[in-house]
Design a binder for this molecule. Structure first.
Ligand code: NAD
Length: 477
């Protein structure tokens, strides 16, 4: 079995305890590799290395054009390995091979995008008085700790790291214990090959409550970027508050798509295929609820049932597969529990509803009809392939149902009426509004939540603001 190490201070090292974390293939349950399990001592080393790198000002003082070239080299290296690295990610995460390969391309795109902005981080000149020159400088925070979730580990590293690096922060990345392998190997090697300064990026893996918690509370960490669940996000915010440092928090969701009577129902079905049944529904901005006008509900439900019948279930590395496993046995049991609770509360499983009868952690693509907003399935993030259908009669009711959640990551609108789409976009409480197709954004569009889904923004130029602080300089002439 292949053993993977931490990447600290430009060196590959085992855990100081000798312990490892074993990683399995969700499609079979077989162990496929193990990674060094970082101890507090290892976290200390990684933070110390990042601190030294930051204090040397090697990134900060680097000509922005040179930092851009370095970032483009990282992008090239990530693209070069996307096929091979995608295979490993596919095996550890369970997702489709094409999606796993794309994560490396996606990460590369972030490095290209933010690389292109390194020489455009401009301060301001402020008129104060005739004898004063006043201007602002945009400066990095120092050591930035990034805590990463398992569902899109490589994309998520690319998303926060490219911003952090472009702005001159030195970074320590804590990869997720369930999917650390592709990051510990291909990603770290790409950084090394591109020639990053020693210690400017360190990659470790460890358990959240151990290495993760110790890292974000570390006295020498000056900034946190966290992507994960709401309960962990709240702990992160407490840790940040204790030290009065900023934290970027990108959290979970319970997003609803509203289907108006004039909607093109095939567009709804196409969105469902990727946005709730793709990656086994383990997507923060998954379309987990559909709020459907009564007049079109039966027709839509028939189309959704047809869709689920035609989805091929299997490991992500097999050809022609649409539906892949969830990440772990725990997750499988959790999803099953949610589906059961919905059925017990009165919802009807018109498709799926059960664990698949095969090895691995597969759950049937599930459509629950006649769900009401008081049911747990309509309120909590399931993070599995379970779609809840809730009906409505009046347009105001649809908005009320969609907004009736503690989350606010994304929302969707399916209609051919531009007035309807615009009014609903204004009224929906979510950071992303998708009209007539889910996931319409790109790496260039700001992404983040309303309400408990978080308040930061990643992606786009907006994200850079979270990685920079403003210094004002006044010169008396
Ligand atoms: P999680 O909160 O369980 O874990 C996320 C990361 O936090 C992991 O690396 C984990 O080890 C670490 N962690 C756990 N406890 C910690 C602690 N006390 N201190 C520090 N670190 C700790 O989330 P997950 O199960 O890995 O990911 C799924 C969640 O992430 C879902 O809620 C999903 O919606 C969310 N997510 C959000 C986005 C977004 O951009 N908004 C993107 C992807 C995933």
């Amino acid at each position: 079995m292949e053993k993977y190490q931490s990447y600290i201070d430009g060196k590959w090292i085992d855990s100081s305890s000798g312990k490892t974390i074993k990683v399995d293939n969700p499609a079979t349950g077989e162990i496929i590799g193990e990674v060094a399990c970082a101890t507090n001592k290892d976290v200390d080393m990684a933070v110390e290395s990042a601190k030294k790198s930051f204090e040397s000002r090697i990134l900060v003082d680097m000509n922005p054009m040179d930092r851009a070239k370095l970032m483009r080299r990282i992008a090239d290296e990530l693209r070069n390995v996307s096929k091979e690295a995608g295979k490993l990610l596919c095996y550890e995460n369970g997702k489709l091979l094409s999606g796993a390969e794309y994560e490396f391309v996606d990460a590369a795109n972030y490095f290209d995008y933010y690389g292109g902005l390194t020489d455009k981080l401009e301060g301001q000149s402020i008129p104060v008085s005739k004898n004063v020159i006043d201007y602002t400088l945009l400066e990095p925070y120092g050591v930035s700790a990034h805590v990463i979730p398992w569902n899109f580990p490589i994309s998520m590293i690319g998303r926060s790291l490219a911003c952090s690096f472009a702005t001159g922060n030195s970074t320590v990345i804590k990869t997720p214990e369930l999917t650390p392998l592709a990051a510990a190997s291909f990603f770290a090697q790409a950084l090394e090959k591109a020639g990053i300064p020693k210690g400017s990026i360190n990659i470790i893996c460890g358990y959240g409550e151990e290495a993760g918690s110790y890292l974000v509370s570390h006295p020498n960490v000056n900034h946190i970027a966290f992507t994960g669940s709401v309960p962990t996000g709240k702990k992160i915010l407490h840790a940040a508050a204790d030290k009065a440092i900023p934290a970027v928090v990108e959290l979970g969701g319970k997003s609803a798509g509203i289907v108006y009577p004039d909607a093109d129902l095939d567009k709804v079905v196409n969105s469902a295929k990727t946005a709730i049944f793709g990656v086994a529904g383990q997507i923060c901005s998954a379309m987990s609820r559909l709020v459907v006008h009564k007049s079109v509900k039966d027709q839509l439900v028939d189309k959704l049932v047809d869709l689920t019948k035609n989805l091929k279930v299997g490991p992500g590395y097999e050809k022609g597969v649409d539906c892949t496993p969830v990440i772990s046995k725990n997750q499988l049991e959790k999803v099953e529990g949610y589906a059961r609770s919905g059925i017990q509360a009165g919802a009807e499983a018109i498709a799926g509803g059960k664990i698949c009868d095969r090895k691995g952690y597969f759950f049937e693509s599930t459509v629950l009809n006649n769900v009401t907003q008081d049911m747990t399935v309509a309120r909590e993030e399931i993070f599995g392939p379970v779609l809840s259908i809730i009906d409505y009669e009046e347009p105001e009711e649809a908005i009320k149902i969609a907004n009736d959640t503690e989350y606010g990551l994304a929302a969707g609108i399916f209609t051919n009426n531009i007035d309807q789409a615009t009014i609903a976009s204004n009224q929906l409480e979510a950071g992303q509004i998708y009209v007539n197709s889910w996931f319409t954004g790109s790496i260039a569009t700001p992404f983040g939540g309303y309400k408990q889904s978080g308040f930061s923004r990643e992606k786009g130029q907006q994200a850079l603001k979270s990685y920079l602080q403003v210094k004002n300089v006044g010169i008396q002439l």
